[in-house]
Design a protein around this ligand. Structure first.
Ligand code: NDP
Length: 296
């Protein structure tokens, strides 16, 4: 193995410590703590784990966590009514509705109902438009976390050639826009891309957000490339009956060619939650006209 391992866990811990300092300053100046409301509909076990980790990180940063757990048969109207209440609640700076939602609820309708200035997930079309046009707004947490890791590993990204594999609204598209904002030359690849390995081989920066276990191989990479693996895939482990998490990049072969690479787990995942907490702090600061010194 030649690649530097990018330690997302350590980077996230540093960011969260910075945020906690800013939260204390905010609370001293305004007499209140930033608040994040997280809504979980149904019992999906993976979603329940994410919601628990988000609540824990919020409290650890000194913020208020408001958890709303609704039954799986909640109607769309009931969920929209809760979103309206949270939009109007002055103690709530950020609203996150955990996806996926049960089939009777239109997720787009719910996301669009969230006040864009409390949309700390950055999924509202207004925030997507702000990102596309370079206006201040909220950027989705996973790609923002990836950008932070890239900047800390590489310094300036200007002029670098970047390939983003995946074009979802949650990861691929905002990632590409963020890299463009940092003056990379960006290619977005997807399931219809012809000769993906040849395209990836040209990249100084590769971000894999595909959802296919270990798809990107070491011999696809330009030697020395910086590889960010967003994928979270559960596969069978070496012991029978046990599963393990792997990324979208074949770590064993890629780490022999890349200059730097994020592991799975311990890479992008911890940064996602840290960026959510950061967005909530930024929202509170904007709403109260408070100037942040760091963590922005
Ligand atoms: P989506 O399923 O929404 O998007 C996957 C993208 O990959 C699509 O654009 C699809 O192309 C593309 N794709 C699929 N197969 C191929 C292929 N063979 N070659 C090239 N491109 C392909 O997934 P998400 O963006 O939501 O998530 C991607 C991964 O990141 C998942 O593993 C997910 O679990 C993980 N994730 C991790 C997070 C974290 O915190 N670490 C947060 C969010 C997601 P097309 O558009 O043509 O169908």
């Amino acid at each position: 193995m030649t690649a530097t391992i990018i330690d997302g866990k350590a980077a996230a811990a540093t960011l969260r410590a910075d945020i906690a300092v800013e939260v204390a300053r905010f609370a001293a100046a305004t007499g209140r703590s930033p608040g994040l409301a997280v809504v979980l509909v149904g019992e999906d076990p993976a979603s329940a784990v994410y919601v628990r980790s988000k609540g824990k990180a919020t409290v650890e940063a000194g913020m208020e966590s408001f958890e709303h757990r609704l039954p799986a048969d909640t109607s769309e109207a009931e969920l929209l009514a809760l979103v309206d209440t949270l939009n109007g609640d002055p103690a709530v700076d950020g609203i996150l509705v955990q996806l996926p939602l049960p089939p009777q609820i239109d997720a787009d309708k719910v996301i669009t109902r969230i006040d864009p200035d409390k949309d700390v997930d950055g999924f509202h079309p207004v925030n997507a438009g702000r990102l596309a046009t370079g206006l201040p707004g909220f950027v989705p947490c996973t790609p923002y976390g990836c950008l932070m890791l890239l900047r800390s590993q590489l310094g300036s990204l200007s002029g670098k050639s970047a390939v983003v594999i995946g074009r979802s609204n949650i990861v691929g598209k905002p990632m590409a826009l963020l890299l463009l904002g940092d003056s990379c030359t960006v290619t977005i690849a997807h399931s219809r891309t012809v000769d993906l390995p040849a395209i990836v081989r040209q990249a100084d920066i590769v971000v894999a957000a595909v959802g296919r276990a270990e798809m990107v191989k070491g011999d696809w990479l330009k030697p020395g490339a910086c590889v960010i693996d967003v994928g979270i895939n559960r596969v069978e482990g070496s012991e029978r009956g046990k599963t393990k998490l792997v990324g979208d990049v074949d770590f064993a072969s890629a780490s022999g060619v890349a200059g730097a690479i994020t592991p799975v787990p311990g890479g992008v995942g911890p940064m996602t939650i840290a960026c959510l907490i950061r967005n909530t702090l930024v929202s509170a600061a904007r709403r109260d006209g408070f100037t942040l010194e760091s963590a922005s």
